[in-house]
Design a protein around this ligand. Sequence first.
Ligand code: NAD
Ligand code: DAU
Length: 339
Amino acid sequence: MRWVVTGGAGFIGSHFVRTAVTEGWADHIVVLDALTYAGNLENLEPIGYKDGWEFIRGDICNPADVEAAIGSDTDAIFHFAAESHVDRSILSAADFVRTNVLGTQVLLDVARQRGVKRFVHISTDEVYGSLALDDSARFTETTPLNPTSPYAASKASADHLVLAACRTHGLDAVITRCSNNYGPYQFPEKFIPLFITNALDGTPLPLYGDGRNVRDWVHVDDHIRGVYRAWKHGRSGAVYNFGGDCERANRDIAARIVELLHVDPALIQRVADRPAHDIRYATDASLAKKELGWIPGPIIDERLPELISWYRDHRDWWQNIKAGAYRDYYERMYGRRGS
Ligand code: NAD
Ligand code: DAU
C-alpha cells in the first residue's frame, strides 16, 4: 500500500503520518508539503527518518511537484494541505484560494492521470456556516453549505471540485468534515494552543467578543482515525462528518485553562470580535458512527490536563515558532484588535 499525504508537516497531517508509520497502516508514505509558516519538520521528528516514509518539499499548486510525489503505484491520497486559519483568511484571502481551491484541483487532475485508487479529502464543518446558539440542531452531511469566512468558502469550493471529479470523471473520492481539533503540535495561532502558551508565558489571553461562541471539540487522534476509517470503509462520493459530541463555549475553555495552570483569571482579556464570527458549531457524526464504525474518545475536559503538560514539556517547539515570523502576524492581529 503506497500513500501520498499532503500537508503532512502540519498539525493534523503530521499526527496522521506519525500514527500511520508507527502502526504500519501503509507500506510507504510520501509526505508532500510546502513547509509554509504552518509546516514544521519537527512535527515528524518523533518517527525518525527510516524506511516507510519520505518527505518531498513541494507545492500542491505546482503540477510538477505533485507529479513528482504521485506515481502510478499510488493507492491513496490523503489531502490535508491547506491554508487553515480563519483570521488569516480575513486579513488576506489570496493564498486560501490558491492552495485550497487551485491546489486541490491540481491534485485531482494528477490523481486521475495516475489512476490513484482513492482520494480522501480532508474538509471541515465550517463549510456549513453557523448554527444558532439557542438551538439543539447540529450539522449533518445534508445541511446546505453556507460558508462565512474566506477560509470556509475556499474549503467549500474544494469540496465541490472533489465531488465534481467523482461524478464527472468517476474518481473514487471520500470527503471528511470534522469540527475543531485540539492536540499536540497545533500551531499556536489557534485558540487552545494560543491560550495555553500565552498563559505559560504570563501574557494576556485574547478572547474574541463575549466568548459565548461554541465549538465542538475533537481530539486530533480521534479525527485522524476517522480519516483512516473513511479511506478503508467509506463509500465513494460520500461525505462523513466527525464531531466530538462536546460543545463548549470559548469562555469556559479559557477559564479551565487558567484554572489548570493556576494563573490569574485577569489574564483573559476581551478583545474586538472576529468579523462575522460563527456563533456555534456542532457536528452530527451519526453517519460516520454507523457506516465507518467511528467513535470519538474521551472528551476535552478529560484530555486538557495532558495537553497542557505536553505544551509545558515542549516549550522549545512553540517558543521557536513564537520567536520567528509568527511574531509579525501576532502583533498585527492582536495590536489591531486591542482590548
Ligand atoms: P495546518 O495549518 O497546521 O497545516 C497545513 C499544512 O499544509 C502545513 O504543513 C503547510 O505547510 C501545508 N501547506 C499549506 N499550503 C501548501 C501548499 N500550497 N502545498 C503543500 N503544502 C501546503 O492545518 P491543520 O490544522 O493541520 O489542518 C489540516 C487540514 O484539516 C486542513 O485541510 C483543514 O482545513 C482541515 N481541518 C482542520 C481542523 C482544525 O481544527 N485544525 C478541523 C477540521 C478540518
Ligand atoms: O471547525 C473546524 C475549524 O476549526 C477548522 O476548519 C479550522 O482550520 C480551524 O482553524 C478551526 O477554526 P476556528 O475558527 O473555529 O478555530 P480558532 O482556533 O481560530 O478559534 C476557535 C474559537 O476561539 C473561535 O470561536 C474564535 C475564538 N478565538 C480564537 C483566537 C485565535 C478567540 O477567542 N481568540 C483568539 O485569539
